[in-house]
Design a protein around this ligand. Sequence first.
Ligand code: HAM
Length: 419
Amino acid sequence: MRYRSVRGMHDILPAVIGRWKVVEEKIKELMIRYRYHEIRPPLLEYTELFKRGIGEDSDLVGKEMYTFPDKRGRSLTLRPEATASVIRAYLEHGIYATEPLQKLYYLGPMFRYEKPQKGRSRQFHQYGVEAIGSIDPALDVEVIDIAWALMEELGLSGLSLRLNSIGCQADHKQYRQELKDYFATRLESMCEKCQQRYRTNPLRMLDCKEEQCQVHIQSAPASVDHLCFDCSRHFDRVRDYLAQLNLAYVIDPHLVRGLDYYTRTVFELISSHLGAQDSLLGGGRYDDLVELVGGPSTPAVGFAGGMERLILVLQERKERVDVMARPDLFIAALGDESRPLVISLAQRLRRKDISLDIDYRSRSLRKQMGYANQIKAQHLIVIGPDEIAAGTGRIKDMDSGQERKIPLTAEGIQNAIGK
Ligand code: HAM
């Protein structure tokens, strides 16, 4: 029997890792510029954290979590997202005591039991930022600026930023009622899921992609028309700052996002290259989450993006990204008796920061030289009984074809390579 990976969980193979590294390095470098510190929460949390933080009525918590009991019967969940974990860590370790505004970022795998399709898997990776401890609309704009900066610096085009404000809890309540009143007379012609959502969480109805529901959704009331004075002013400021920074956006009056913790600003960055799963990243404010999971009232804003989706878009450009630079050297061994010297030279040179390979498959000298060409080694040395007896060998520069006689020591080879 041949084993296969679990459905919806994919190996990231060496052939594509180059792109991942480019993106990861770019993210890390951006985070230093914007001064976000890395945080690495565990993959498992107590289920209660997500139920409380994300909301039991959300699809994510209701249907998509990998939840199981541990050996003592406590319910654990593989994290479906990281915002709740970051807030848990922020509170558990009192990180805010040192600096009330904490700007954090993370990279790592998340798990959601969703139907796998292009751009959607059950294990996927997110990069995300969370700025915790300020209500300043300039911070909403800073995280949006990070999102745009990343895309620009990766050279991506065909993107649009959808923006909306869903207001505070009091605004939600009013908006929810407004939606219920609006959909009440249309419910019969809407899909079964929407009829269910009408009872549990009418905001979710706005996400429905069914054609029969779309006609009704398009003329549904907009959340921005139900904002209180403070939320409305906050949203005005966000738009002013976005304009000042020349950051493009379109208002999407029905953007509500799938997680229940959002307040005020919500946004998604959409790519026209992705098909149905077109959200490259999404986020917003969540001013009540810290309090909801047991902390003091603390406003916060952030976003997360899917690495796989970013890689998918980058792949369309078809550029090859090699992470392995050309090795400095290949040492070919002629005969078994040369192996001890080859092995020890390889070890000493690698410790001196020289990248090299040797043969581990008892190949003929001709095949070893063919392999040195294949991996594009910059230099080649052949070590056989004659070289060992003389204590000298010849190093060949593979680009120019020139050969030089050198002492067969790590230092001699290192000097010849010029490193
Ligand atoms: P989310 O919208 O659920 O938000 O996920 C953010 C991004 O993760 C999506 O835009 C998408 O790129 C990617 N993603 C989500 N599910 C999948 C999947 N099954 N397969 C592949 N990619 C996926 C959050 O997770 C929030 N925690 C974001 C946030 C941070 N809000 C505030 N701070």
